[in-house]
Design a protein. Structure first.
Length: 43
């Protein structure tokens, strides 16, 4: 099976945060930090 192409890193992190990407394919700590920083920047 081929992996889908995710054109923007931010989309990949959001998919990971929503558990749409398997836990074996991501570093959970990196996702948490990146999504947290991004949400603080939007506020």
């Amino acid at each position: 099976m081929m992996r889908p192409i995710v054109p923007h890193d931010s989309e990949g992190y959001m998919l990971s945060a929503n558990h749409a990407i398997g836990v074996n394919a991501v570093r959970e700590e990196e996702v948490v930090v990146t999504v947290t920083v991004a949400s603080e920047e939007d506020a």
